[in-house]
Design a protein around this ligand. Structure first.
Ligand code: KPL
Length: 279
C-alpha cells in the first residue's frame, strides 16, 4: 500500500499512475486535487484522504523541500522523496533513518483542484525501489530505474539552478534561457559553476550541465518554471535547496559560485514581494 504526502503537481501525477495500476493511495495533503488533465483527457483521482498516515509499504513525499521537516512525523514504511534540489532527502535519511531519492521531469501544473500535465518526461528511481518501479510502470509512467539516483539529482538540481531563478527574475517562460542572449549567459555560468561543484564533490554527472540546461529549456520553452510560479503566487521558493545547496557545497569545497550566490540572493529578495507594476 502507498501513502502520498503532498498533492501538488507531482503528488497528483503519482496518484494518477498508482490509480491506473489499480491502487488507491492514502493521501495526506493540505489541499485536494480532483482531476488531472493530460493529452486532452481528464482523469478523476481516486484517493483516500487521511489525517494520519496508516502503516504502508511506501510513503511518497511530494511536498516542497522546505516543508519536509513538518511531514517527518507522518512518514511510514520506506520514504521516497520526489523533490527538487538537495537537502530534503538528506534530512529524511538523517532523521528517519532511511529514504530513497527520485527525480521527476514531467512538466505538470496545478491550478486550484486541477493538475495539467504539459510535458512528457520520466521518473528516475533507484533499482531497489522494488514494487514502486513496477507499479508506476504499470500505471503508464515512463520510469528509469538506475543503480544510483544521486548523480541524476545533482544534474537536475544544476539545471533548476540555471533555469528557475532566471525565469522567476525575468518573469518569463523557460524559453527565455535559450532565446535571450543575456539570460543565456547567466544560465550558462550558473550551470558551469554547478558542474564544477558536482565534479569536485566526486559526482559523475550523467550529462553535460550546460548542454542539459539548454536542452531542457528548449524542450520546456512554454513552461513556467516552478520557481516562477512560486514567486508569482507571492510564496516561498525552493531556491535554498537549489542554488543555495550549490553555494553551500561550493563553500565547503572552496569552489567559488558567485553566479549561483547572486541568483540565490535575488530570488530571496523576491520571495514574498508582490511587485507592483505602478507605484
Ligand atoms: O523542473 C523544472 C521546474 O520548473 O522546476 C523545469 C525542468 C525547469 C521545468 O520547468
Amino acid at each position: 500500500m502507498y501513502a502520498i504526502i503532498g498533492l501538488g503537481a507531482v503528488g497528483s501525477l503519482l496518484a494518477l499512475f498508482l490509480n491506473r495500476a489499480g491502487h488507491r493511495p492514502y493521501v495526506l495533503a493540505r489541499s485536494r486535487v480532483r482531476r488531472v488533465v493530460w493529452g486532452g483527457e481528464t482523469y478523476t483521482l481516486d484517493v483516500a484522504y487521511v489525517d494520519e498516515v496508516p502503516d504502508v509499504e511506501y510513503t511518497l513525499v511530494a511536498v516542497k523541500a522546505y516543508d519536509t521537516e513538518g511531514v517527518l512525523p507522518h512518514i511510514r514504511g520506506v520514504p521516497v522523496i520526489f523533490q527538487n534540489g538537495i537537502g530534503g532527502l538528506e534530512l529524511v535519511v538523517e532523521r528517519y533513518g532511511k529514504g530513497l531519492g527520485a527525480v521527476v521531469t514531467y512538466g505538470a501544473y496545478r491550478s486550484s483542484d486541477v493538475v495539467e500535465v504539459r510535458g512528457a518526461g520520466e521518473i528516475i528511481l533507484p533499482e531497489d525501489a522494488g514494487r514502486l518501479v513496477d507499479d508506476l510502470r504499470n500505471g503508464g509512467a515512463n520510469v528509469r530505474a538506475v543503480p544510483d539516483v544521486g548523480p541524476y539529482r545533482w544534474l537536475k538540481t544544476i539545471v533548476n539552478a540555471a533555469i528557475n531563478p532566471v525565469t522567476a527574475l525575468l518573469r518569463a517562460p523557460n524559453g527565455v534561457v535559450v532565446e535571450d542572449p543575456w539570460a543565456r549567459a547567466v544560465a550558462e555560468a550558473a550551470a558551469r559553476e554547478g558542474g564544477e561543484v558536482a565534479s569536485r564533490s566526486g559526482v559523475r554527472l550523467p550529462g553535460d550541465p550546460v548542454e542539459e540546461t539548454f536542452r531542457v529549456a528548449a524542450a520546456t520553452r512554454w513552461n513556467l518554471s516552478s520557481m516562477y510560479q512560486d514567486v508569482a503566487r507571492g510564496g516561498r521558493t525552493e531556491v535554498d535547496y537549489i542554488n543555495g545547496a550549490i553555494v553551500r557545497r561550493g563553500r565547503e569545497l572552496g569552489v567559488p559560485t558567485p553566479v549561483n550566490e547572486t541568483l540565490w540572493r535575488l530570488v530571496k529578495a523576491l520571495e514574498g514581494r508582490r511587485t507592483a507594476l505602478l507605484p
